[in-house]
Design a protein around this ligand. Structure first.
Ligand code: ZN
Length: 148
């Protein structure tokens, strides 16, 4: 059985009250669930049935897409490596690189709210302003000798 990629997801609270089961619908139109009934028996569990009834809102797509892990590193520009997003150490007040990093994080599926929190961006910064800035000035890269 080809399951394919989970393109839609929902959560169903566990009856124990301890977290959620995750129900998914794949691009091959296969339903799945993180509970043991589906995981081990591949039987349609009552979580899947509940979702099919349409009682739960779908999780935002941006929460599904796996984002690379954010890691500060001595790189000259934001660099994707082995599922990690290596992000340069930025001197305070370096707008050009801060914008480039925010732009790259958007590109790799981080939400604007997450970016603002992780990067501690001022409230005056907007997603639109970042996109406009990069469109106008391009993505920034530090010179080779930046960390010398
Ligand atoms: Zn289930």
């Amino acid at each position: 059985m080809t399951i394919g990629k989970w393109t839609k997801k929902w959560t169903v609270p566990k009856s124990s009250g301890d977290g959620d089961w995750v129900v998914g619908l794949s691009d091959e139109k296969v339903w799945g669930c993180s509970c043991p009934v589906w995981k081990f028996k591949k039987e349609e569990c009552h979580h899947i049935k509940e979702i099919k009834l349409g009682n739960q809102p779908e999780i935002n797509q941006s929460e599904i897409n796996k984002k690379p892990e954010y890691v500060l590193a001595k790189v000259l520009k934001p660099t994707l490596k082995d599922d990690r997003l290596l992000v340069p150490l930025v001197p305070i007040g370096d707008i050009k690189m801060s914008v480039t990093i925010a732009f790259t994080m958007l590109k790799y599926g981080y939400s604007w709210t997450e970016i603002k929190k992780i990067r501690r961006l001022p409230d005056s910064w907007t997603k639109k302003a970042v996109l406009n800035y990069v469109e106008e000035y391009g993505e920034y890269t530090y010179p080779e000798n930046f960390y010398d």
